[in-house]
Design a binder for this molecule. Structure first.
Ligand code: AMP
Ligand code: MG
Length: 481
């Protein structure tokens, strides 16, 4: 590994140095060898992956640390939070010379654990491991993981579960909530911290006339793009608090996430989210809300000689980039998924007609796009109670596609419509087997989700392709993990 320690150069008030507390009887769960190679792990590192991913081996080059941050949770100011059960154990260079954080989740108590036990359970570890892999394979900016370990040590949740640790990777663990903490508790650190964030993550902004405004705009744009990816693939993050969004627009801390199956825009995947604040359809506006909160923390950074009111207005104007950026990416992506030309004036309208059918007929989001891609219109029609609605959509669809470069549009559909997503019941099956030390289903899903855009008949099972029958109760996923 080639270390590039950046976070430890910050003021020590921003973190607490400490070693992981390993669990008893740690053993291999799953290892992402391709990612380890991308991260330039030597053969020796790879051979020691279980020790590294269970907190038994740390690195002299990088004393592990817990970061402090704050946040707004479910719309309320929550004060100081911080890494309550995770430690940054290294920052290393990958094959593209990009700095990647290695963050060990479930590594024990820290000063920021509050009422928690500092642990992660096998169930949520497997969910995060497979979802990170799925999102990355889908081309969506997201954290990933080099591997996870399981253990014999029990961890109490609603019931006693197996403890586990996940070695998460991300280009950035600096959250919107970092700025909230600094602004609230240690405002003197704000200028230097912001400067470092720009240098590390947005160096192109350094040469802008107002680097902070350029930085704010880029963070806003990247977050908007990330959320457009989520909406297109049907991903619901589940807990979009300001401490769970980072400043590079890569998906992070998706505990009670879900990939939508039957198309229900108001779907709430996180059962702790009683109000539906983070329902699928609210994600763009919640992203906007979080960024608005975040921008407030940049107000004290008004440059010398700059009119204070003007500075506030100019910061607020950065947020005006959110909606157009989101819509541009969402509309373009949706047209691609539909096999429609993005420049045609009726494409978005036609895509909306399709989504309305999926909603009213409660059809599976992922498979319906695959059927459209396969031109299996009969199968779609046969699933519709309101046949006229579908026929009217289809005639608009054909009329837009007439005289277009159909081959290119169809080709693009195959590149953007996944056959496989991580359905909750798929993850659940893998978890149940893993609880009994059988990781074969984790391995199968890992392989299946590695290339989600190509069909893999030798690996796939019927249940990978459909939601559970509607008379079976939905799996309950909550914040408790
Ligand atoms: P989350 O919403 O899961 O990202 O967590 C919110 C905050 O609670 C973060 O500061 C976490 O570090 C902390 N936290 C969550 N679970 C635990 C736990 N089991 N032990 C200690 N801290 C936790
Ligand atoms: Mg979190």
């Amino acid at each position: 590994m080639q270390f590039n320690s950046r976070y430890p150069t910050l003021n020590p008030k921003l973190y607490h140095q400490q070693d992981p507390s390993p669990l008893h009887g740690a053993k291999a769960g799953h290892f992402n060898q391709a990612l380890a190679e991308q991260l330039n792990w030597s053969e020796q590192d790879q051979a020691a992956w279980v020790e590294i991913c269970s907190g038994q081996k740390t690195f002299a080059e990088f004393p592990p640390l817990a970061m402090v941050y704050a946040g707004h949770q479910f719309g309320q100011w929550a004060g100081q939070l911080g890494d309550g059960r995770g430690l940054l154990i290294a920052q290393i260079l990958d094959k593209n010379n990009q700095t990647i954080d290695l963050h060990l989740k479930g590594a024990g108590l820290t000063p920021y654990s509050r009422m928690g036990d500092g642990r992660a359970v096998l169930r949520s570890t497997i969910r995060e491991y497979l979802a990170g892999h799925a999102l990355n394979s889908l081309g969506i900016p997201a954290s990933n993981a080099v591997g996870f370990t399981s253990s014999d040590q029990g961890v109490q949740r609603e019931k006693l579960e197996r403890g586990a640790m996940l070695l998460r990777t991300s280009d950035c663990h600096i959250r919107l909530g970092h700025f909230e903490w600094i602004n609230q508790y240690q405002a003197d650190l704000l200028p230097e911290f912001t400067q470092k964030c720009i240098e590390w993550h947005y160096p192109e902004c350094l040469s802008a006339e107002q680097p902070i405004l350029a930085f704010a705009t880029r963070v806003i744009q990247r977050t908007a793009v990330m959320i457009s990816h989520w909406q297109l693939v049907g991903f619901a993050h589940g807990v979009m608090n300001t401490d769970n969004l980072n400043i590079t627009g890569s998906t992070l801390d998706f505990g009670p996430f879900g990939f939508m199956e039957r198309f229900r825009p108001h779907w709430i995947n996180n059962h702790s989210d009683h109000q539906g604040r983070y329902a699928y359809q609210n994600q763009p506006s919640m992203g906007h809300w979080n960024l608005w909160q975040w921008l407030n923390n940049l107000v004290p950074l008004c440059p010398e000689g700059y009119d204070k009111e003007q500075w506030k207005q100019d910061l607020a104007a950065c947020l005006e980039h959110f909606e157009p950026t989101f819509l541009e990416h969402y509309k373009f992506g949706l047209a691609e998924k539909m096999g429609l030309p993005s420049f045609h004036k009726d494409s978005f309208d036609c895509a909306m007609a399709f989504l309305r059918i999926l909603q009213s007929e409660q059809l599976d989001y992922t498979q319906s796009f695959i059927r459209l891609q396969n031109q299996d219109y009969t199968a779609l029609l046969d699933d519709c109670l309101d046949r006229r609605q579908f026929e009217s959509f289809l005639s608009q669809y054909h009329s837009i596609r007439e005289h277009q470069d159909i081959e290119a549009l169809n080709q693009r559909m195959t590149e953007v419509n996944p056959h496989y997503i991580l359905r909750n019941h798929m993850a659940q099956k893998a978890i149940e087997l893993a609880e009994g030390n059988d990781f074969s289903e984790v391995e199968r899903l890992f392989k299946l989700l590695s290339t989600p855009f190509s069909q893999q008949p030798e690996l796939e099972r019927a249940e990978d392709l459909a939601p559970l029958p509607s008379d079976q109760p939905e799996l309950v996923v909550s914040c408790s993990s």
